[in-house]
Design a protein around this ligand. Structure first.
Ligand code: NIG
Ligand code: FE
Length: 397
Protein backbone atom coordinates (compact mmCIF):
# COMPACT_ATOMS: atom_id res chain seq x y z
CA UNK A 1 0.00 0.00 0.00
CA UNK A 2 1.48 3.36 -1.06
CA UNK A 3 0.41 6.63 0.47
CA UNK A 4 0.84 10.23 -0.65
CA UNK A 5 0.00 13.38 1.24
CA UNK A 6 -0.68 16.36 -0.99
CA UNK A 7 -0.46 19.43 1.16
CA UNK A 8 -0.38 23.21 0.89
CA UNK A 9 -3.39 23.19 -1.47
CA UNK A 10 -4.50 26.84 -1.62
CA UNK A 11 -7.97 26.00 -2.87
CA UNK A 12 -9.45 22.49 -3.00
CA UNK A 13 -12.61 22.00 -5.05
CA UNK A 14 -14.44 19.04 -3.49
CA UNK A 15 -17.93 19.35 -5.06
CA UNK A 16 -19.31 18.37 -1.68
CA UNK A 17 -20.25 20.58 1.26
CA UNK A 18 -17.31 22.82 2.11
CA UNK A 19 -16.60 26.10 3.75
CA UNK A 20 -16.90 28.55 0.90
CA UNK A 21 -19.60 31.13 1.37
CA UNK A 22 -19.23 33.25 -1.76
CA UNK A 23 -22.67 33.28 -3.37
CA UNK A 24 -22.82 30.96 -6.37
CA UNK A 25 -19.75 28.90 -5.62
CA UNK A 26 -21.16 26.89 -2.70
CA UNK A 27 -21.72 23.95 -5.03
CA UNK A 28 -17.94 23.58 -5.39
CA UNK A 29 -17.47 22.84 -1.69
CA UNK A 30 -14.21 24.77 -1.50
CA UNK A 31 -11.67 24.10 1.24
CA UNK A 32 -8.75 26.48 1.63
CA UNK A 33 -5.24 25.64 2.92
CA UNK A 34 -6.12 21.99 2.53
CA UNK A 35 -4.42 18.61 2.30
CA UNK A 36 -5.42 15.23 0.86
CA UNK A 37 -4.18 11.77 1.78
CA UNK A 38 -4.16 9.29 -1.10
CA UNK A 39 -4.06 5.60 -0.22
CA UNK A 40 -4.23 2.81 -2.76
CA UNK A 41 -5.72 5.02 -5.46
CA UNK A 42 -8.42 6.48 -3.26
CA UNK A 43 -8.94 9.57 -1.14
CA UNK A 44 -8.34 8.36 2.42
CA UNK A 45 -8.54 11.70 4.22
CA UNK A 46 -8.93 15.39 3.42
CA UNK A 47 -9.13 18.51 5.52
CA UNK A 48 -7.22 21.54 6.71
CA UNK A 49 -3.48 21.06 6.14
CA UNK A 50 -2.88 22.13 9.74
CA UNK A 51 -5.15 19.32 10.97
CA UNK A 52 -3.49 16.44 9.06
CA UNK A 53 -3.39 13.37 11.34
CA UNK A 54 -0.09 11.71 12.23
CA UNK A 55 -0.54 8.81 9.78
CA UNK A 56 -1.05 11.32 6.96
CA UNK A 57 2.10 13.23 7.90
CA UNK A 58 3.96 9.91 7.79
CA UNK A 59 2.90 9.18 4.18
CA UNK A 60 5.45 7.58 1.79
CA UNK A 61 5.47 10.74 -0.30
CA UNK A 62 4.64 14.30 0.67
CA UNK A 63 3.82 16.61 -2.24
CA UNK A 64 3.77 20.39 -1.86
CA UNK A 65 1.00 21.88 -4.00
CA UNK A 66 2.60 25.33 -3.59
CA UNK A 67 -0.70 27.03 -2.77
CA UNK A 68 -2.30 26.02 -6.09
CA UNK A 69 -5.90 25.04 -6.73
CA UNK A 70 -6.72 21.31 -7.02
CA UNK A 71 -9.94 20.13 -8.66
CA UNK A 72 -11.46 16.70 -9.22
CA UNK A 73 -10.23 15.36 -12.59
CA UNK A 74 -12.62 16.33 -15.38
CA UNK A 75 -15.23 13.73 -16.38
CA UNK A 76 -15.75 13.92 -20.14
CA UNK A 77 -19.07 12.13 -20.54
CA UNK A 78 -19.34 12.46 -24.33
CA UNK A 79 -16.63 11.73 -26.89
CA UNK A 80 -16.22 10.02 -30.27
CA UNK A 81 -12.44 9.58 -30.16
CA UNK A 82 -12.21 6.33 -32.11
CA UNK A 83 -12.13 7.09 -35.82
CA UNK A 84 -9.90 7.32 -38.89
CA UNK A 85 -9.03 10.41 -40.95
CA UNK A 86 -10.02 13.98 -40.19
CA UNK A 87 -12.34 16.59 -41.69
CA UNK A 88 -10.21 19.70 -41.58
CA UNK A 89 -11.28 20.65 -45.13
CA UNK A 90 -14.93 20.49 -44.05
CA UNK A 91 -14.09 22.76 -41.11
CA UNK A 92 -12.32 25.21 -43.42
CA UNK A 93 -15.34 25.35 -45.73
CA UNK A 94 -17.64 25.90 -42.76
CA UNK A 95 -15.59 28.81 -41.52
CA UNK A 96 -16.19 30.34 -44.96
CA UNK A 97 -19.93 30.01 -44.57
CA UNK A 98 -20.88 26.41 -45.35
CA UNK A 99 -23.51 24.97 -43.00
CA UNK A 100 -22.78 21.94 -40.78
CA UNK A 101 -24.75 18.85 -41.68
CA UNK A 102 -24.26 15.44 -40.16
CA UNK A 103 -23.65 14.19 -43.74
CA UNK A 104 -19.90 14.40 -43.14
CA UNK A 105 -20.19 11.48 -40.72
CA UNK A 106 -20.19 9.13 -43.71
CA UNK A 107 -16.72 10.26 -44.81
CA UNK A 108 -15.36 9.46 -41.34
CA UNK A 109 -17.09 6.07 -41.55
CA UNK A 110 -15.16 5.33 -44.77
CA UNK A 111 -11.83 6.40 -43.21
CA UNK A 112 -12.54 4.41 -40.03
CA UNK A 113 -13.39 1.24 -41.91
CA UNK A 114 -10.11 1.60 -43.84
CA UNK A 115 -8.00 2.03 -40.67
CA UNK A 116 -6.28 -0.94 -39.00
CA UNK A 117 -6.85 -1.82 -35.34
CA UNK A 118 -3.33 -0.58 -34.60
CA UNK A 119 -3.97 2.77 -36.26
CA UNK A 120 -7.21 3.23 -34.35
CA UNK A 121 -5.60 2.24 -31.05
CA UNK A 122 -2.72 4.66 -31.53
CA UNK A 123 -5.06 7.50 -32.48
CA UNK A 124 -7.39 6.94 -29.52
CA UNK A 125 -4.51 6.67 -27.07
CA UNK A 126 -3.17 9.93 -28.48
CA UNK A 127 -6.47 11.70 -27.75
CA UNK A 128 -6.61 10.18 -24.27
CA UNK A 129 -3.11 11.54 -23.65
CA UNK A 130 -4.21 15.01 -24.74
CA UNK A 131 -7.19 14.76 -22.45
CA UNK A 132 -5.17 13.61 -19.46
CA UNK A 133 -2.70 16.46 -19.95
CA UNK A 134 -5.69 18.82 -19.81
CA UNK A 135 -7.01 17.34 -16.59
CA UNK A 136 -9.54 14.80 -17.86
CA UNK A 137 -9.35 11.54 -15.93
CA UNK A 138 -12.60 9.81 -16.99
CA UNK A 139 -13.64 9.55 -20.64
CA UNK A 140 -16.72 8.06 -22.24
CA UNK A 141 -16.08 6.79 -25.79
CA UNK A 142 -18.77 6.11 -28.40
CA UNK A 143 -18.63 3.84 -31.41
CA UNK A 144 -20.57 5.13 -34.41
CA UNK A 145 -18.04 5.47 -37.22
CA UNK A 146 -18.18 1.76 -38.11
CA UNK A 147 -21.87 1.27 -38.94
CA UNK A 148 -21.42 -2.33 -40.05
CA UNK A 149 -21.63 -5.30 -37.75
CA UNK A 150 -17.91 -6.05 -37.96
CA UNK A 151 -16.79 -2.43 -37.65
CA UNK A 152 -19.09 -1.46 -34.78
CA UNK A 153 -18.00 -4.60 -32.92
CA UNK A 154 -14.37 -3.66 -33.57
CA UNK A 155 -14.87 -0.11 -32.26
CA UNK A 156 -16.57 -1.09 -29.01
CA UNK A 157 -13.94 -3.77 -28.43
CA UNK A 158 -11.07 -1.30 -28.98
CA UNK A 159 -12.78 1.36 -26.86
CA UNK A 160 -13.22 -1.15 -24.02
CA UNK A 161 -9.44 -1.58 -23.93
CA UNK A 162 -9.06 1.98 -22.67
CA UNK A 163 -12.27 2.90 -20.80
CA UNK A 164 -15.10 1.28 -18.87
CA UNK A 165 -17.45 3.95 -20.27
CA UNK A 166 -18.13 2.51 -23.72
CA UNK A 167 -21.22 3.56 -25.65
CA UNK A 168 -22.66 1.60 -28.57
CA UNK A 169 -23.76 4.18 -31.17
CA UNK A 170 -24.53 1.92 -34.11
CA UNK A 171 -27.44 4.31 -34.73
CA UNK A 172 -25.28 7.33 -35.53
CA UNK A 173 -26.55 7.74 -39.12
CA UNK A 174 -27.86 5.32 -41.73
CA UNK A 175 -24.77 4.11 -43.65
CA UNK A 176 -24.58 4.66 -47.44
CA UNK A 177 -25.20 0.99 -48.24
CA UNK A 178 -28.60 1.21 -46.47
CA UNK A 179 -29.66 4.47 -48.16
CA UNK A 180 -33.45 4.54 -48.45
CA UNK A 181 -33.69 1.44 -46.21
CA UNK A 182 -33.38 3.00 -42.77
CA UNK A 183 -35.75 0.53 -41.09
CA UNK A 184 -33.70 -2.39 -42.38
CA UNK A 185 -30.61 -0.79 -40.87
CA UNK A 186 -32.47 -0.40 -37.56
CA UNK A 187 -33.30 -4.14 -37.75
CA UNK A 188 -29.56 -4.84 -37.98
CA UNK A 189 -28.74 -2.45 -35.10
CA UNK A 190 -31.27 -3.99 -32.70
CA UNK A 191 -30.43 -7.53 -33.87
CA UNK A 192 -27.00 -8.89 -34.73
CA UNK A 193 -25.14 -5.64 -34.12
CA UNK A 194 -26.49 -5.28 -30.59
CA UNK A 195 -25.68 -8.95 -29.94
CA UNK A 196 -22.07 -8.36 -30.95
CA UNK A 197 -21.61 -4.99 -29.26
CA UNK A 198 -23.54 -5.10 -26.00
CA UNK A 199 -21.01 -7.36 -24.18
CA UNK A 200 -18.36 -4.61 -24.59
CA UNK A 201 -20.56 -1.60 -23.84
CA UNK A 202 -22.15 0.04 -20.81
CA UNK A 203 -24.40 2.41 -22.76
CA UNK A 204 -26.56 2.66 -25.85
CA UNK A 205 -26.98 5.95 -27.71
CA UNK A 206 -28.86 7.12 -30.80
CA UNK A 207 -28.74 10.29 -32.90
CA UNK A 208 -32.44 11.23 -32.77
CA UNK A 209 -32.59 14.05 -35.29
CA UNK A 210 -34.03 14.87 -38.72
CA UNK A 211 -31.60 13.26 -41.18
CA UNK A 212 -30.52 10.58 -38.71
CA UNK A 213 -33.12 8.48 -36.81
CA UNK A 214 -36.79 9.27 -36.20
CA UNK A 215 -38.25 9.22 -32.68
CA UNK A 216 -39.97 5.90 -33.50
CA UNK A 217 -36.71 4.30 -34.69
CA UNK A 218 -34.80 5.84 -31.79
CA UNK A 219 -37.23 4.43 -29.25
CA UNK A 220 -36.93 0.97 -30.77
CA UNK A 221 -33.12 1.10 -30.58
CA UNK A 222 -32.95 2.46 -27.04
CA UNK A 223 -35.53 0.02 -25.70
CA UNK A 224 -33.64 -2.89 -27.29
CA UNK A 225 -30.40 -1.69 -25.70
CA UNK A 226 -32.02 -1.24 -22.30
CA UNK A 227 -33.42 -4.77 -22.53
CA UNK A 228 -29.78 -5.96 -22.79
CA UNK A 229 -28.89 -4.05 -19.64
CA UNK A 230 -27.34 -1.03 -21.34
CA UNK A 231 -27.92 2.41 -19.88
CA UNK A 232 -29.57 4.96 -22.16
CA UNK A 233 -28.07 8.17 -23.60
CA UNK A 234 -29.44 10.23 -26.48
CA UNK A 235 -28.11 12.78 -29.00
CA UNK A 236 -31.01 15.20 -29.46
CA UNK A 237 -32.00 18.71 -30.53
CA UNK A 238 -28.60 19.46 -32.06
CA UNK A 239 -29.76 20.77 -35.43
CA UNK A 240 -33.32 21.75 -34.54
CA UNK A 241 -36.09 21.07 -32.01
CA UNK A 242 -37.44 17.51 -31.93
CA UNK A 243 -38.85 14.74 -29.76
CA UNK A 244 -35.51 13.31 -28.60
CA UNK A 245 -35.36 15.12 -25.27
CA UNK A 246 -38.84 13.95 -24.25
CA UNK A 247 -37.95 10.42 -25.33
CA UNK A 248 -34.77 10.52 -23.24
CA UNK A 249 -36.68 11.69 -20.16
CA UNK A 250 -39.39 9.08 -20.67
CA UNK A 251 -36.79 6.29 -20.88
CA UNK A 252 -34.91 7.67 -17.83
CA UNK A 253 -31.79 8.23 -19.92
CA UNK A 254 -28.71 9.11 -17.87
CA UNK A 255 -28.09 12.00 -20.23
CA UNK A 256 -29.44 13.79 -23.27
CA UNK A 257 -26.72 15.54 -25.17
CA UNK A 258 -26.49 18.68 -27.33
CA UNK A 259 -29.81 20.30 -26.20
CA UNK A 260 -29.10 23.21 -28.52
CA UNK A 261 -32.74 23.78 -29.52
CA UNK A 262 -34.92 23.18 -26.47
CA UNK A 263 -38.62 23.95 -26.14
CA UNK A 264 -40.03 25.14 -22.82
CA UNK A 265 -41.62 21.68 -22.41
CA UNK A 266 -38.18 20.07 -22.89
CA UNK A 267 -36.69 22.31 -20.20
CA UNK A 268 -39.50 21.55 -17.73
CA UNK A 269 -39.30 17.82 -18.43
CA UNK A 270 -35.52 17.83 -17.84
CA UNK A 271 -35.96 19.80 -14.63
CA UNK A 272 -38.35 17.19 -13.29
CA UNK A 273 -36.20 14.20 -14.25
CA UNK A 274 -33.02 12.30 -13.44
CA UNK A 275 -31.75 12.92 -16.96
CA UNK A 276 -28.74 15.22 -17.17
CA UNK A 277 -28.70 17.85 -19.92
CA UNK A 278 -25.20 17.63 -21.38
CA UNK A 279 -24.10 20.73 -23.25
CA UNK A 280 -21.26 20.59 -25.76
CA UNK A 281 -19.90 24.12 -26.32
CA UNK A 282 -17.27 22.89 -28.78
CA UNK A 283 -20.07 22.02 -31.22
CA UNK A 284 -21.59 25.49 -31.36
CA UNK A 285 -18.08 26.94 -31.48
CA UNK A 286 -17.02 24.92 -34.51
CA UNK A 287 -20.33 24.76 -36.37
CA UNK A 288 -21.23 28.41 -35.77
CA UNK A 289 -24.64 27.45 -34.44
CA UNK A 290 -26.22 29.54 -31.69
CA UNK A 291 -25.16 28.56 -28.16
CA UNK A 292 -27.87 27.05 -25.96
CA UNK A 293 -28.60 28.78 -22.66
CA UNK A 294 -27.27 26.78 -19.75
CA UNK A 295 -28.75 29.50 -17.54
CA UNK A 296 -32.28 28.62 -18.62
CA UNK A 297 -31.74 24.95 -17.72
CA UNK A 298 -30.04 25.63 -14.40
CA UNK A 299 -32.63 28.22 -13.37
CA UNK A 300 -35.39 25.70 -14.15
CA UNK A 301 -33.68 23.14 -11.88
CA UNK A 302 -32.13 20.79 -14.46
CA UNK A 303 -28.72 19.20 -13.92
CA UNK A 304 -26.23 20.38 -16.55
CA UNK A 305 -23.01 18.67 -17.58
CA UNK A 306 -20.35 19.96 -19.95
CA UNK A 307 -18.49 17.58 -22.27
CA UNK A 308 -16.18 17.87 -25.28
CA UNK A 309 -18.04 15.75 -27.88
CA UNK A 310 -14.52 15.34 -29.30
CA UNK A 311 -15.05 14.15 -32.90
CA UNK A 312 -13.63 15.07 -36.31
CA UNK A 313 -16.79 16.75 -37.60
CA UNK A 314 -18.67 18.98 -35.19
CA UNK A 315 -16.18 19.55 -32.33
CA UNK A 316 -12.55 18.55 -32.64
CA UNK A 317 -11.46 19.74 -29.21
CA UNK A 318 -10.41 17.43 -26.38
CA UNK A 319 -10.15 20.28 -23.88
CA UNK A 320 -12.62 20.70 -21.05
CA UNK A 321 -10.91 23.92 -19.90
CA UNK A 322 -11.77 25.29 -23.35
CA UNK A 323 -15.40 24.12 -22.98
CA UNK A 324 -15.60 25.76 -19.55
CA UNK A 325 -14.33 29.06 -20.90
CA UNK A 326 -16.84 29.04 -23.77
CA UNK A 327 -19.74 28.00 -21.53
CA UNK A 328 -19.01 30.90 -19.21
CA UNK A 329 -18.50 33.38 -22.02
CA UNK A 330 -21.46 32.35 -24.18
CA UNK A 331 -23.88 30.04 -22.38
CA UNK A 332 -24.65 32.02 -19.23
CA UNK A 333 -22.83 29.79 -16.74
CA UNK A 334 -20.88 31.14 -13.80
CA UNK A 335 -17.32 29.82 -13.57
CA UNK A 336 -18.38 27.75 -10.54
CA UNK A 337 -21.30 26.19 -12.42
CA UNK A 338 -19.09 25.38 -15.40
CA UNK A 339 -16.35 23.75 -13.32
CA UNK A 340 -18.99 21.74 -11.46
CA UNK A 341 -20.63 20.71 -14.76
CA UNK A 342 -17.33 19.41 -16.19
CA UNK A 343 -16.57 17.36 -13.05
CA UNK A 344 -19.56 16.38 -10.87
CA UNK A 345 -21.96 17.05 -13.76
CA UNK A 346 -20.08 14.66 -16.05
CA UNK A 347 -20.09 12.06 -13.27
CA UNK A 348 -23.88 12.47 -12.91
CA UNK A 349 -24.26 12.04 -16.68
CA UNK A 350 -22.45 8.71 -16.33
CA UNK A 351 -24.30 7.83 -13.11
CA UNK A 352 -20.98 7.58 -11.30
CA UNK A 353 -20.43 8.45 -7.65
CA UNK A 354 -16.74 7.45 -7.43
CA UNK A 355 -15.46 10.27 -9.67
CA UNK A 356 -16.14 14.01 -10.03
CA UNK A 357 -15.85 14.67 -6.28
CA UNK A 358 -13.07 14.82 -3.75
CA UNK A 359 -14.51 12.88 -0.83
CA UNK A 360 -13.22 10.04 1.31
CA UNK A 361 -13.57 6.80 -0.67
CA UNK A 362 -13.64 8.47 -4.10
CA UNK A 363 -11.02 7.63 -6.69
CA UNK A 364 -7.99 9.87 -6.34
CA UNK A 365 -8.46 11.46 -9.77
CA UNK A 366 -7.23 15.03 -9.39
CA UNK A 367 -5.90 17.94 -11.39
CA UNK A 368 -3.61 20.59 -9.95
CA UNK A 369 -3.77 23.95 -11.68
CA UNK A 370 -0.90 26.36 -12.26
CA UNK A 371 -3.20 28.97 -10.65
CA UNK A 372 -4.48 29.49 -7.12
CA UNK A 373 -8.15 29.67 -8.13
CA UNK A 374 -10.58 27.66 -10.29
CA UNK A 375 -11.68 31.00 -11.77
CA UNK A 376 -8.62 30.92 -14.01
CA UNK A 377 -10.16 28.03 -15.98
CA UNK A 378 -12.63 30.54 -17.44
CA UNK A 379 -10.55 33.67 -17.03
CA UNK A 380 -7.47 32.44 -18.96
CA UNK A 381 -8.84 30.68 -22.07
CA UNK A 382 -6.36 28.79 -24.21
CA UNK A 383 -3.65 28.76 -21.54
CA UNK A 384 -2.27 25.40 -20.33
CA UNK A 385 -3.37 25.63 -16.72
CA UNK A 386 -3.01 21.99 -15.70
CA UNK A 387 0.23 21.42 -13.84
CA UNK A 388 -0.16 17.90 -12.52
CA UNK A 389 -2.75 15.12 -12.84
CA UNK A 390 -3.39 12.08 -10.65
CA UNK A 391 -5.33 9.13 -12.06
CA UNK A 392 -6.28 6.42 -9.58
CA UNK A 393 -3.85 8.04 -7.15
CA UNK A 394 -0.87 7.90 -9.50
CA UNK A 395 0.69 11.15 -10.73
CA UNK A 396 0.55 10.71 -14.49
CA UNK A 397 1.49 14.07 -15.93
O1 NIG B 1 -22.21 14.54 -31.53
N1 NIG B 1 -24.50 14.43 -33.66
C1 NIG B 1 -23.97 13.48 -34.10
N2 NIG B 1 -22.71 13.10 -33.96
C2 NIG B 1 -21.59 13.93 -33.69
C3 NIG B 1 -21.05 14.56 -34.90
C4 NIG B 1 -20.33 13.61 -35.71
C5 NIG B 1 -19.65 14.13 -36.92
O2 NIG B 1 -19.97 15.20 -37.49
O3 NIG B 1 -18.76 13.37 -37.33
C6 NIG B 1 -21.90 14.95 -32.64
O4 NIG B 1 -21.87 16.16 -32.88
FE1 FE C 1 -21.74 13.33 -30.11
Amino acid sequence: MTTELVTNIGQLITNSPGVDTRPGSERLGILTDAAILIEDGQIAWLGAASAAPAHALAADTVTDAVGACIIPGFVDSHSHIIFGGDRSAEFEARMSGQKYSAGGIRSTVAATRAASDEELRARTRGFLGEMLAQGTTTVEIKSGYGLSLADEARLVRLAAEVTSEVTFLGAHVVPAEFSGRADEYVDLVVGDMLDACSPHARWIDVFCETGAFTPVQSRRILVAGAARGLGVRVHASQLGPGDGVMLAVELDAASVDHCTYLTEDDVQALAGSNTVATLLPGVEFSTRQPYPSARRLIDAGATVALASDCNPGSSFTSSLPFCIAVAVRDMGMTPAEAVWAATAGGAAALRRTDVGRVIVGARADLAQLTADSYLHLAYRPGVPLIRRVWKDGVAVS
